[in-house]
Design a protein around this ligand. Structure first.
Ligand SMILES: [Zn+2]
Ligand SMILES: [Zn+2]
Length: 332
C-alpha cells in the first residue's frame, strides 16, 4: 500500500523509564515486515451445483479463476536482544519467503496448500480470511507473531490478532485465530458546515474556525468498515462479502454521496456533522444490519482529508482492547 514502509517499529509506551541497558536489551518492541505475492483462486464448492456456486460466489466462481496481488504485513513482538533487535531481519525474511511467498507466488491457491483442497470435506475456500489464517499457521512456529494483515486489494484486507482467540495466552504458542477482522474501503463525496444552530456566527467561528463558514465546504471521504467474526470452516468467510459491500453502499454511500449533509441527511439537521459524528452515525446505521449477516461491526474509520480521520470502535466492551499490534499494522 502507498505509504507503508517495509519496517515499522513500535516501542511500548508502557516501557519503564530508560535504564541504560546495552542496545535496549530486554525492552519490548513490535516490528513489522511486508511481503508481496501474486496468486489466483476460484470460489467453487464441489458439493454445490454450478448454478448454486454462481449464486453464492458470483464472478468469483468463474473458471479457471482470477488473481490478486496480495500484500502481507507480519507484526512480531518481543524483547530486544543484545544487538538491539527483536529478531534478526534476515531470519524474518527467510521465514516469510520459505513458508509463504516461495510457496504461493504465481500459484493457483486452490492447488497449493492442503487447507484449500476442496475435495477434502475439511478443505476451505482460499478467501483472504482463510489464506491469512493458513499463513499464520505456517509462520507461527518460526516467528513471534502478534498480528497479521493480508491485503487482497487496496479496498479489502484481513487482520488476525491472537487476542481474537479466547484461549490465547502466549501469542505464537496459541493456535491460529479462528476469528478475523475483515475490512472494506469505500468513499463518498459530501459537503457540510460545522455550526451549532443555537450559537451566533461569531461563537461558531470561535469553536469551528473555517469549518463554520456559512455556505459549507466539501470532502472526499474515505470510509473503512471493519467487521469481526468467526471464519466459517467451509467457505472460509467471516461473512458474505458482497452482502457487506451492498449494505455499506445502500445505507451509507448512496444516501450520503453528493449531498450537503446538514440538509440532505436528516440526522445531521440535529447533529453537527463533524467527522466524529458522521463516523458514529455510520456505526449506528451499520451495527444491526451487519449483525444480520452473522458478523459484528468492529470499527468505522472515516478519513476526511489527508490530515484528519475519526475512528469509532463499535464493540463497546472491546474499546479498551484496541490491540497494540493492530496499531503497528496500520502505522507507516
Ligand atoms: Zn478473488
Ligand atoms: Zn469539513
Amino acid at each position: 500500500m502507498e505509504g507503508l514502509q517495509n519496517r515499522v517499529m513500535t516501542v511500548s509506551a508502557s516501557t519503564p523509564p530508560v535504564q541504560l541497558r546495552t542496545h535496549g536489551a530486554g525492552r519490548p518492541c513490535v516490528i513489522t515486515r511486508r511481503a508481496r505475492f501474486s496468486a489466483s483462486h476460484r470460489y467453487w464448492l464441489p458439493e454445490l451445483s454450478e448454478a448454486a456456486n454462481q449464486t453464492r460466489f458470483g464472478p468469483c466462481s468463474l473458471a479457471p479463476g482470477h488473481g490478486h496481488n496480495y500484500e502481507l504485513i507480519v507484526a512480531m513482538g518481543g524483547p530486544l536482544d543484545a544487538d538491539g533487535m527483536v529478531l534478526n531481519l534476515s531470519e524474518v525474511k527467510h521465514a516469510i519467503r520459505a513458508e509463504v511467498t516461495a510457496q504461493l507466488d504465481f500459484r493457483h491457491l486452490n492447488d497449493t496448500w492442503p487447507e484449500f483442497d476442496l475435495s477434502d470435506p475439511q478443505g476451505m475456500l482460499p478467501t483472504t480470511e482463510a489464506l491469512c489464517r493458513a499463513i499464520w499457521t505456517r509462520l507461527a512456529p518460526h516467528l513471534p507473531l502478534v498480528g497479521l494483515r493480508l491485503h487482497e486489494q487496496a479496498d479489502l484486507w484481513v487482520d488476525l490478532l491472537p487476542a481474537c482467540h479466547p484461549s490465547a495466552t502466549a501469542p505464537s504458542a496459541a493456535p491460529a485465530p479462528m476469528e478475523a477482522f475483515l475490512s472494506i474501503r469505500t468513499h463518498f463525496a459530501a459537503a457540510h458546515r460545522l455550526a451549532r444552530p443555537e450559537l451566533t456566527q461569531a461563537e461558531n467561528d470561535a469553536i469551528y474556525g473555517k469549518c463554520a463558514r456559512p455556505h459549507g465546504h466539501g470532502h472526499n471521504y474515505l470510509l473503512d468498515v471493519t467487521v469481526r467474526g468467526a471464519i466459517e470452516p467451509r467457505t472460509g468467510m467471516v461473512c458474505d462479502l458482497a452482502a457487506l459491500q451492498r449494505l455499506v453502499e445502500d445505507l451509507v454511500v448512496e444516501p450520503f454521496d453528493h449531498t450537503f449533509l446538514n440538509k440532505d441527511v436528516e440526522h445531521f439537521s440535529r447533529t453537527v456533522p463533524t467527522a466524529e459524528n458522521i463516523a458514529l452515525h455510520i456505526a449506528d446505521l451499520l451495527t444491526g444490519p451487519i449483525a444480520g449477516l452473522g458478523a459484528r461491526l468492529h470499527k468505522v474509520r472515516l478519513q476526511e482529508s489527508p490530515n484528519n480521520a475519526a475512528e469509532v470502535f463499535a464493540e463497546v466492551p472491546q474499546l479498551e482492547m484496541v490491540p497494540a499490534a493492530l496499531e503497528a499494522l496500520v502505522a507507516g
